[in-house]
Design a protein around this ligand. Structure first.
Ligand code: NAD
Length: 339
């Protein structure tokens, strides 16, 4: 069976990471047909938008996409392509695992967290306006429907993956209505899973401190959009940095797999950036495609290369380039069982 995948190389370091990831996945066993489409800064001049309609059509058709990071202008210019994609395709669940790996110079060696971030609303709804010249308002949208849906996704994920505790992250002591509704929705859903998955909640500031002090005590976190975004970068920092943090955006009709990190423009085109985060996003994609054996093989080969430490990029203390690290992973993959 051939998997048809939309591949969006992205901006900055995106294209070189996408190429490295594509080569590793092609060597992992399953057959892929890559539908390569561009989005972001590079297509603005040609299409007048960073997210042309044919890119969305390709994802809708293939239902699965692997995406490099896309630059978002700060404070002006076009709206984030990343946020727009999630909203237009209703990719409501952003799943970001943070897991320790041997060989990484990280503060902790025993972290195994999965962060489930609501991906469609909260302050990312993009409803902002000026109030006169000297004040600005951003509107935070929290709905029962989206909150229950993300909580259910987290609990279902826990059941399917043998996880034991879901912690809801919020600031309901201050935002009693919006975060209060999020927490209430999580509690409602948690009741359906009683006896199977434990539930607890933490106020977001306390959560940050707890994660820095004792991350090994947490299993799965579920959070509204903004807290989920911040906490997942924090969790990435606990296990070795943005270079190793993968992500998945999951909806009912499509799924888009991408690293947590951005386009790191200062490293673009230098064959320096770490491909681990996008390759691990590819592993999440393989699991989504039910290619468990290939996913295990890529993950094992990647972990071996990192533990060995000779063929890793600068951020992991090595001197290998992006493509040399991918070569080392491919060498360790060996032949697929059914080849
Ligand atoms: P960034 O993640 O691009 O880079 C921050 C720093 O992290 C880099 O300078 C680099 O030191 C390190 N880093 C990141 N990825 C790395 C990798 N693969 N290997 C080695 N080191 C790596 O964050 P930023 O500088 O805040 O954002 C740059 C652009 O990316 C912005 O336009 C931002 O909007 C965009 N962005 C896009 C996405 C996305 O596409 N989903 C996510 C975050 C940021």
């Amino acid at each position: 069976m051939t998997h048809r995948i939309t591949l969006i190389p992205g901006d900055g370091i995106g294209p070189e990471l996408a190429e490295a990831t594509r080569r590793v996945l092609d060597a992992s066993g399953p057959t892929f047909h890559w539908d390569v489409v561009d989005a972001g800064e590079a297509v603005m001049a040609e299409y007048g938008t960073p997210l042309p309609e044919h890119v969305l059509e390709s994802i809708r058709r293939n239902r699965v996409a692997l995406k490099g990071p896309i630059t978002t202008p700060v404070g002006e210019g076009f709206r984030s392509v990343n946020v727009t994609l999630r909203q237009v395709l209703n990719l409501y669940a952003n799943v970001r695992p943070a897991r320790s790996m041997k060989g990484l110079d990280a503060r902790y060696q025993n972290v195994d967290l999965v962060i489930v971030r609501e991906n469609t609303e909260d302050l990312y709804a993009g409803i902002e306006h000026m109030v006169g010249r000297d004040a600005a308002e951003s509107i935070k949208i929290i709905t029962r429907e989206a909150s229950e849906r993300i909580a259910r996704y987290a609990f279902d994920y826990a059941v399917a993956n043998g996880r034991h505790t879901v912690t809801a992250v919020h600031k309901a002591n201050i935002m009693k209505l919006s975060d209060g509704l999020f927490l209430e929705s999580c509690r409602t859903v948690a009741a359906e899973y009683e006896g199977r998955v434990e539930f607890q909640d933490r106020i977001v500031d306390n959560m940050c401190m707890q994660l820095v002090q004792k991350p090994e005590q947490y299993d799965m976190l579920v959070a509204p959009n903004l807290y989920g975004d911040i906490i997942s970068d924090l969790a990435a920092g606990l296990v070795g940095g943005l270079g190793v943090a993968p992500g998945a955006n999951i909806g009912l009709e499509a799924a888009v797999f991408e690293a947590v990190h951005g386009s790191a423009p200062k490293y673009a085109g230098q064959n320096k950036a770490n491909p681990t985060a996008l390759i691990l996003s590819g592993v999440l994609m393989l699991r989504h495609l039910h290619e468990q054996e290939a996913a295990d093989r890529v993950e094992t080969a990647l972990r071996e290369v990192i533990a060995d430490g000779r063929d890793v990029t600068y951020d992991l203390g090595g001197s290998a380039g992006t493509s040399e690290m991918a070569d080392a992973i491919i060498r360790r993959l060996g032949a697929p069982a059914h080849a």
